[in-house]
Write a protein that binds this ligand. Sequence first.
Ligand SMILES: [Zn+2]
Length: 66
Amino acid sequence: MRIPLFSRGGNREIDPVCDMQVDTRNPPGGIFEYGGRTFYFCGPGCNRAFQREPEAYLSGDKKIQM
Ligand SMILES: [Zn+2]
């Protein structure tokens, strides 16, 4: 795993789709719960993309270049 999804500090998480840091208190793209974990998104597009193919993004097979 290249990038830890749960970083230290607790206020920021990595958007699994585009690898941007997202403020967990106010995620611009909302959140999505999957596999017992909560993911945060920089925008609704990333959230929708992740919901469509969560495994592809978690395994690292798929990335969106911003
Ligand atoms: Zn994103």
